[in-house]
Ligand binder design. Sequence first.
Ligand SMILES: Nc1nc2c(c(=O)[nH]1)N[C@H]1C(S)=C(S)[C@@H](COP(=O)(O)OP(=O)(O)OC[C@H]3O[C@@H](n4cnc5c(=O)[nH]c(N)nc54)[C@H](O)[C@@H]3O)O[C@H]1N2
Ligand SMILES: Nc1nc2c(c(=O)[nH]1)N[C@H]1C(S)=C(S)[C@@H](COP(=O)(O)OP(=O)(O)OC[C@H]3O[C@@H](n4cnc5c(=O)[nH]c(N)nc54)[C@H](O)[C@@H]3O)O[C@H]1N2
Ligand code: SF4
Ligand SMILES: [Mo]
Length: 734
Amino acid sequence: MSDATKQTRYITCVLCEASCGLEVVTDGPAVVSIRGHEADPLSRGHICPKAIALQDIHTDPDRLRTPVHRVGEPGADATWEPIGWDEAFDLVAEKIVATQKAHGPDAVAVYQGNPNVHSLGALTHGVSLVRTIKSRNTFSATSVDQLPHQLIAMLLYGHQFLLPVPDIDRTDLLVLVGNNPMASNGSIMTVPDFAGRLRELKARGGRLVVIDPRRTETAKVADAHHFVRPGTDAYVLLAILQVLTSEGLTAPAQYVDGLAELSAAVAAFTPERAEAVSGMPANTIRDLARDLARGTAAIHGRMGVSTQAHGAICQFACQAINIVTGNLDRPGGTMFTTPAIDLIGKKMLGKGHLGAWASRVRGLPEFGGELPVSVLAEEITTDGAGQIKTLVCIAGNPVSSTPAGDALGAALARLDFMVAIDFYIGETSRYADVILPPTGPLERDHYDLVFHLLAVRNTARWSSALFDKPDDARHDWEIAKELALRIIALRHAEDTGDGVIGAAARALNAVKDLPAVVEAQARFRTSPKQQIDLALKAFRTGLSVKSLGETPGGVDLGPLEPRLPARLLTDDKRIDLDQRLLLGAIAHLAASSDPQLAPEELLLIGRRAQRDNNSWLHNAERLTTGRARHRLLIHPDDAAARDLTDGAVTKVTSATGEIRVECQISDDVMPGVVCLPHGYGHAANAGIRLRHAKTLPGASYNDLTDPGRLDSVSGNAVLNGIPVRVFTDPGATP
Ligand SMILES: Nc1nc2c(c(=O)[nH]1)N[C@H]1C(S)=C(S)[C@@H](COP(=O)(O)OP(=O)(O)OC[C@H]3O[C@@H](n4cnc5c(=O)[nH]c(N)nc54)[C@H](O)[C@@H]3O)O[C@H]1N2
Ligand SMILES: Nc1nc2c(c(=O)[nH]1)N[C@H]1C(S)=C(S)[C@@H](COP(=O)(O)OP(=O)(O)OC[C@H]3O[C@@H](n4cnc5c(=O)[nH]c(N)nc54)[C@H](O)[C@@H]3O)O[C@H]1N2
Ligand code: SF4
Ligand SMILES: [Mo]
């Protein structure tokens, strides 16, 4: 290694929503060091241990570099043989077109996982591929994640992605409900360097309050932490609204309607009722409500209150609290971003719609073109017209990440055909007939179309691929392009009477001059980089890919600015709190008897560790050292009641499943609550090809969750507050 060949480069980390700017030193094809980029106007030098995994992924021998197809049944005995790209594209396109011809368009389903929002090419081209497939059976990780946020944003602000973010850099009071940014680095709030920003908040006299059934890493650095029984936040949040409205502590902006209706709807939710249900003291709730109305304040609810029984009510209540206290759209409250590439303002993202169609078996409504992923398995296994026969799984691991993942896996085994666009053979992709691996995160260009929209500061950053891709590799956008063009060509060949004979590539050649095909080619051939450059210029930002590329870390466009009411996309440019869907659900909750648990039951909640990333970074050697993180946290009282000793293997059962897992006794969880991370359960003999993951199999949380339990308003999965029983199980090994 010589200094002469070393290069310092600035890139964006695409592993989580914080989107940190990194300073990477390379030497030829090798990464020499990765550190946080101090001069980055958004991330200010922040980095977390996961960033080094970028290098591990890059060099991981288990990462697929060429397409493979499975020989034999899914499982330990399956073998995977490399096939050429053209052959693979042809095969996949033909299966998709043939399935849709034989069984209708909805017989091909699509699932898009979380990494899609972290990939520019997936957004510029993957979305178009999904539109080309054109199936009502479209699913994504949204319905195990932020679906209630999008629904509420659509109803209140007129667009599913008009999501206000806490103005952490100026607020007096930040209240976090069901999120743990010290480990997750923030969500629906791109907040790199949360710890540093929190220190600044405290230094200027501000406070952080955390509401969570576990004393989390964030709770430990907060000014106050309040335990809440899982799944009962709705009572607490509605009680905060009850206090605000009944004590006259409201000061909504002039463009807000429906305060009287909201006040009436929350009247039954007294702090005393909330205390009885949630365990959070009534006086604490009153004080918190009054504090929220005092100076600038922002309340932010995330996973713990989205993926639970009352996800939509909780998100509605959080927005309503910010609105009625006058904190929405003011510095120090919650604010909307002003992104350089404004996909919302330029109407390039749909506003969202609810119930345009319903799932075939259970009749659950779509939102924004997607059905809740909790219905995926039953749509595969229930015979009849419209049954799913083929699945296109793009950057997702639903066997690990969605309710009753084990049952979903069994359903995937019954498909006629499945393709995974993924670079690992994991819990889900092992069921695929063909896996198409895109280039890795260090081999692709990036611009954050999504996270600039959700960031606590307005910036714009271009990130060039650190390394050239190998000649025979394909970017995710190229995979989307090749598949889409072949699908379009095959459909045209069929229409023009050529039929589905022979290779898709031949069909492509035969119809390449048809106007529709020419148009599609033009659309798909524009690279992500060209599209970003065109957008930056068309939107008169004064920026270009070239100018951003010459500005390491990107440009600082300043703190968030007030944008309302101009930014609203509701028909009358006003915010209406009198939302029938939500006020109806609140009335229903008011009239329902309060939740009770059977005496033996505990409530299961999730957690994220700083060195985990959902299900897929467990093959990074340096992230998987040390003591296993996938232990079940249990309160000393609950452990004693079951004669459990620390480290014992327990059997955990729910209404739908059973797992074995090691326990860790801890009073960080409240009595009656047990806590386990998701994304584990890398079964050693299942035929997955992840050498490190197999050494830390753990158990999968989602073998305990129930696809039948949904937030009834939004269709989001209930992943937290799962009633379980915990038993000593001396004979079992985890
Ligand atoms: N019980 C429980 N379940 C949960 C959660 C929870 O808190 N508790 N969290 C939920 C949340 S918030 C989410 S977002 C979901 C995540 O759910 P999913 O998105 O379904 O799963 P991931 O674990 O993110 O798996 C991502 C897959 O994409 C692959 N991959 C990674 N990068 C790329 C890429 O650039 N291109 C392609 N093509 N593939 C790539 C990986 O190899 C992996 O197979 O899980 C949800 N499930
Ligand atoms: N290190 C790391 N970072 C990540 C990820 C990761 O897997 N690892 N995943 C990324 C993704 S995809 C996402 S969506 C974000 C999520 O980011 P966060 O929302 O911050 O995610 P979690 O850490 O799951 O935090 C959820 C919190 O809710 C609490 N909780 C559970 N049930 C309840 C309840 O009923 N009420 C209340 N009030 N709280 C409850 C849990 O104890 C937990 O502390 O993180 C992202 N960042
Ligand atoms: S916080 Fe997220 S974006 Fe920042 S370095 Fe860690 S994984 Fe990457
Ligand atoms: Mo997520």
